[in-house]
Design a protein around this ligand. Structure first.
Ligand SMILES: [Zn+2]
Ligand SMILES: [Zn+2]
Length: 708
């Protein structure tokens, strides 16, 4: 189902021939498909040397419509089919190629803004990144360019993630220009993921970092392998060619780590960002995308319109090519970055499609890593896995460890009996990951459970998950069965206790006061509770919301203090007439929780609609192909598709429905093209672009983006 173009390379003898046309036919099971043949997008001069493949117009290129993109399809290109150019031999004017389309997995992604200040100084302005429609278009679409997924399902978690104890009257912000700050925000994303019940399986969590934040050159950080990462949302070319969007490329790079990809050695300092792929520089030395070969691999940017380009950019396999055709592998540090066949093949395997192109060059360790990433539970220690799955009481502990200083701190310790199912699942996966992944340190750090008389009840090595330039300070998050009798949880290195949380004699008590049933939540809605700690300790609170009467929960506030929390954005909460709220009180070890006694209502939110192409200002020849591409996501329904997306021209009326629609019959003139997405409770959101068919008028039209 992926957006697809076909290219055909041609040559002529004995001289160059100009103004040549070509068309593409498509057959499945010997039956010609609807819409076949299709004309090429360009009319070219055919050269005796076959032309230069980097030059778009030295070859023919074709749009491949959606219903040609499944099953086994034979494509047949026919050059000079109209005999416009007299030829002595037309027997070599056509060529067939049979390909099989296979559906890979979809990618599920939720994006969470992070609340940050430059250098962690609260006196500096707050830098929280809130995406706009057009930012989603350009940032998100990079993931489809570089990851071989059948589609991307995305959600936006609008309320920002704050540093722990942000509300306390002392300095505690994240300084993302330091190693500790970079790890701390990854840890925060991991905690948010931990508390929230993933609403789809295999959900990746991505923290959004404001582009103006000083990150000391860092563009992102991602667990390898895993589900959590963050990236700097630089929604611009950032000095690179027009096809290159720095933030979207960084997201793709971090998701590559999540899928188990290592760095490749390009700039020479990738190893400072974790392990590098031992195969590199094989198979392609000097940071090449592939072998430098005129008949080899070329990148082709099928999504060019999204970046406002008039035609696709071709990426050369030669690293010496000039801009904008020059590119380097996605997992290296040299920019601009494109996906290499080697990386693409590795990702295909993780998205469920076998790809053996490079298996012969893999080390045994790499094969093992790939297998563990695909199916970590198969590699988990069976005893540990059983203990985790059968436990009724757990310790969830996370924190930061400085490797060189030999220091550590907890950023959360909770004794709980009801972790989210996917939190337990991800803990189980880590039991597999840790067999082959994780930072190796000379003297391991351990997480230790101790009883009142100082006896060690349980001790295990802390899995330092990150492998992407986290640097000195590493983060961890472990979910373990509680060892009965535990009164203290410690981080140790050898016998040395680096950090400790001790249980006070009594757990806290908490009562949720509002919303407690019967309410209709509106803007400014506030969650209130009353809590006490018999031991007089300080309490912090997490607030969770359920749209399904307590079946599943999502974290909306963490590490809160005081006795109330104003919900920052109701659009974060799926609308429901069966809403419940939960408050979890923590004294730093024990937890207590209380839910709303009855259900309350939360208004539903309209979908967010995004037009990917055409870009505003685009013009097309009358009768030529215009591809409309868009998507929408809805807080209640998730991604919308099919008839829930409808397209309309203010000039020609209804055009059709779906995420991708090819139209060739737009009338001459200016069109406002509107995509309207409608969710299951009838609310709608729309986006509009202005395009011209024929010669554009001199008057300037501005893009209109609307979300009621
Ligand atoms: Zn702040
Ligand atoms: Zn990296």
């Amino acid at each position: 189902s992926r957006y697809t173009r076909a290219r055909a390379y041609v040559s002529s003898t004995p001289y160059n021939v100009s103004s040549v046309r070509a068309r593409l036919r498509a057959y499945r099971g010997g039956v010609e498909l609807a819409g076949s043949p299709r004309g090429a997008n360009n009319i070219i001069t055919v050269r005796t040397d076959g032309g230069n493949r980097v030059n778009l117009n030295d070859s023919f290129w074709f749009y491949v419509p959606p219903d040609w993109r499944s099953g086994t399809v034979t494509f047949r290109v026919e050059v000079n089919y109209d005999n416009a150019v007299p030829e002595s031999n037309i027997g070599n004017n056509s060529l067939s190629r049979t390909v099989t389309f296979r559906e890979s997995q979809e990618l599920n992604l939720v994006m969470v803004p992070l609340h940050l200040h430059n250098h962690g100084n609260r006196n500096n302005p707050t830098l929280s990144y809130y995406a706009t429609n057009s930012a989603f278009t350009s940032l998100l679409w990079n993931i489809l360019r570089f990851h071989p997924i059948s589609r991307i399902n995305w959600w936006y978690y609008e309320s920002a993630e704050y540093p722990s104890f942000h509300g306390w009257p002392f300095y505690n912000e994240w300084d993302v220009s330091t190693s500790g700050g970079k790890s701390a925000i990854l840890s925060a994303i991991e905690w948010k993921n931990f508390w929230t019940w993933d609403w789809v399986s295999r959900l990746h969590w991505m923290g959004m970092v404001h582009p103006s934040l000083d990150t000391d050159g860092g563009l992102g950080l991602g667990n390898r392998p895993g589900w959590n990462s963050w990236a700097k949302m630089i929604n611009s070319h950032d000095g690179w060619p027009d096809w290159y969007i720095t933030g979207g490329n960084s997201m793709s790079h971090e998701l590559g780590h999540n899928k188990g990809l290592q760095h490749v050695n390009c700039s020479g300092n990738e190893s400072s960002g974790g392990s590098t792929d031992p195969n590199y520089p094989w198979p392609y030395p000097n940071c090449r995308l592939s072998a430098v070969d005129t008949s080899g691999y070329y990148g082709f940017d099928v999504h060019y319109q999204i970046w406002g380009l008039a035609s696709p950019t071709v990426l050369s396999n030669d690293p010496a090519a000039s801009s904008p055709n020059q590119a380097f592998p996605l997992m290296g540090y040299r920019r601009p970055r494109w996906i290499s066949p080697y990386e693409y093949c590795k990702l295909l395997v993780q998205y469920g499609i076998s790809c053996g192109l490079f298996t012969q060059f893999e080390t045994a360790q790499q094969r093992l890593e790939e297998a563990v990433t695909s199916n970590p539970l198969a590699f988990a220690d069976p005893g540990e896995l059983r203990a985790l799955q059968q436990a009724t009481e757990y310790i969830a502990a996370g924190g930061l460890i400085s490797i060189t200083a030999g220091t550590a701190e907890f950023n959360g310790v909770y004794q709980i009996d009801n972790p989210a199912p996917d939190a337990r699942q991800e803990a189980a996966e880590k039991l597999g990951y840790r067999r082959v992944f994780g930072l190796q340190v000379e003297q391991p750090f351990t997480l230790v459970q101790v009883n009142a008389s100082g006896q060690v009840l349980d001790s295990r090595e802390i899995y330092l998950v990150n492998d992407d330039g986290e640097g000195d300070v590493q983060h961890f998050l472990e979910l373990l069965p509680l060892a009965p009798g535990t009164t203290r949880v410690q981080i140790r290195q050898g016998d040395k206790v680096l950090a400790e949380r001790a249980a006070s004699p009594n757990p806290p008590t908490v009562q949720l006061l509002a919303p407690n049933g019967g309410e209709q939540l509106g803007p400014g809605a506030t969650v209130r509770w009353s809590a006490s700690d018999p031991d007089g300790g300080d309490l912090t609170f997490n607030v969770l919301y359920s749209a399904d009467n307590g079946q599943s929960w999502r974290l909306i506030g963490m590490d809160l203090t005081g006795d109330s929390f104003e919900i920052p954005s109701l659009t974060d909460l799926p609308g429901s007439s069966q809403g419940r709220m939960r408050v979890v009180a923590s004294d730093g070890f024990h937890t207590a929780q209380d839910d709303s006694d009855g259900t309350f209502s939360v208004p539903g939110s309209p979908p967010l609609a995004v037009i990917l192409e055409p870009a505003t200002g685009t013009s097309a020849e009358p009768g030529s192909l215009v591809v409309l591409q868009g998507m929408a996501t809805d807080v209640e329904d998730g991604p919308l598709s099919g008839t829930r997306l409808s397209w309309r021209s203010d000039r020609d009326g209804d055009l059709g429905t779906g995420e991708e629609l090819a139209v060739e019959s737009l009338s001459q003139g200016t069109h406002q093209i509107t995509l309207t997405a409608t969710d299951s409770d009838g609310q709608s959101g729309s986006a509009t672009v202005t395009i011209y068919v024929g010669t554009p008028p001199t008057r300037l039209y501005l893009p209109i983006l609307a979300r009621p």
